[in-house]
Design a protein around this ligand. Structure first.
Ligand code: SF4
Ligand code: SF4
Length: 379
């Protein structure tokens, strides 16, 4: 049977419109009954990157979570909402992002991920164990609710990357540290996490996304006007790349999935339901200002990468020295010296977690001399 991905228009966050679009998206895939049975405990996993209001588009819009939650209820399932931001207060985060209100409206519990379980991976996987939140493993059904956003490290954060949120809190920067500055290795880990979780259903909030230097406050809002659904996150991400005009091979997680033989990446074998891709393509979508290279002898690559890979920098006029970037930085290479941030670039692993968490959009990226010199365009 062909892998199916549904594409449905939704131009605003009015509840009636979103409910209609999400419902249609799921009906095209066979209806909620195909994914949820009466009495199932259903985890709704939105992207709750940071405590920002829904209009900032940094988090999955609460109206999308509400629509999916109500459809779960109508099918007899018991929805609950969970995530695990790397830093920040869960109560404040759920209030600010609108999740607290939605949880009340749909009668869902809010569950911060805290306890981890180790899951054994297949023998041929790089990571022999994957640690994910126990509540994710205990849920009868996982519904993945990502947002379309750019990502300074991984190019885009879509269906596969959203599941990194199922790794409990501070383990996330630790994993960044273990994986180091190798994006391909990190992507492989993300795909292995996806493989371990295998959500039953994914509904992507693609109504208003983030372009430019996302996924946090450094990005720019982009109207896309879509709800995209399916089971296979790899296929969904391939379709979103096509809609945004990004080559699927440039999305690290897709390349990793191709190598690992996971999911469907061949457009010919993905059946599109609903809107035609050509009719919904987004013009001029801005990808982040990152550049990476992969050439030269293996033992020199790390040093070559340093020369060519963009660095995080502070935009002083916006920085209020809240120190969240310092807290999350895996190798702890950010310090405050004379009232401004200072980076040890020799030890920086270019994970860009600092950009991701900065609430003021005060972190940018600076091209290196060598990358400017070559004018290399990868995306
Ligand atoms: S760069 Fe951002 S996260 Fe870091 S201290 Fe400044 S405002 Fe806070
Ligand atoms: S400075 Fe930023 S990019 Fe560098 S390691 Fe720390 S968090 Fe990652």
């Amino acid at each position: 049977m062909a892998t199916e991905v549904s594409i449905v228009r939704s131009y605003s966050y009015s509840y009636d419109e979103v409910y209609g679009s999400v419902r249609r998206s799921i009906e095209l895939l066979g209806g909620m009954e195909r994914f949820v049975k009466k009495g199932d405990k259903v985890l709704l996993k939105p992207n709750l990157l940071s405590a920002k209001s829904p209009e900032r588009a940094i988090t999955t819009h609460p109206v999308v979570v509400k629509a999916v939650g109500n459809l779960v209820r109508e099918t007899g399932g018991i929805p609950f909402i969970g995530d695990s931001p790397a830093i920040g207060n869960w109560g404040y985060l759920t209030r600010k992002t609108g999740m607290e209100e939605v949880a009340k409206e749909i009668g869902a519990e809010l569950v911060p991920f805290s306890e981890s379980v180790r899951m054994r991976n297949d023998n041929d996987d790089i990571f022999k164990y994957i640690e994910i939140a126990k509540v994710v493993q205990d849920a009868d059904v996982v519904i993945n609710l990502p947002k379309i956003k750019t990502h300074t490290q991984m190019l885009l954060t879509l269906s596969v990357k959203n599941l990194f949120g199922c790794v409990v809190g501070k383990r996330k920067p630790q994993l960044h540290m273990e994986v180091g500055r190798d994006r391909e290795y990190f992507a492989r880990m993300l795909v292995e996490i996806y493989k371990a979780i295998m959500p039953s259903l994914t509904i992507v909030d693609g109504i208003i996304g983030i372009e430019g230097n996302g996924p946090g406050a450094g990005g720019t809002l982009k109207e896309i006007g879509l709800i995209i659904g399916g089971r296979d996150c790899i296929a969904i991400d391939v379709i979103i790349c096509k809609i945004l005009g990004v080559k699927k091979e440039n999305l690290y997680t897709t390349t990793a999935a191709i190598k690992m033989g996971i999911g469907e990446t061949d457009m010919e074998r993905i059946k599109i339901l609903g809107e035609d891709i050509e009719g919904v393509r987004v013009k001029g979508f801005m990808t982040p200002a990152i550049k990476d290279v992969e050439f030269g002898p293996r033992f020199l690559r790390r040093y070559i990468k340093d020369l060519f890979t963009s660095r995080p920098i502070e935009e002083k006029e916006r920085c209020n020295l809240c120190r969240l970037c310092m807290e999350i930085c895996p190798p702890q290479v950010i310090k405050v010296i004379d009232g401004k941030l200072s980076f040890n670039y020799d030890k920086c692993i270019r994970c860009y977690c600092c950009i991701e968490v900065c609430p003021e959009g005060a972190m940018g990226v600076k091209e290196t001399f060598m990358s400017r010199l070559t004018h290399q365009r990868l995306y």
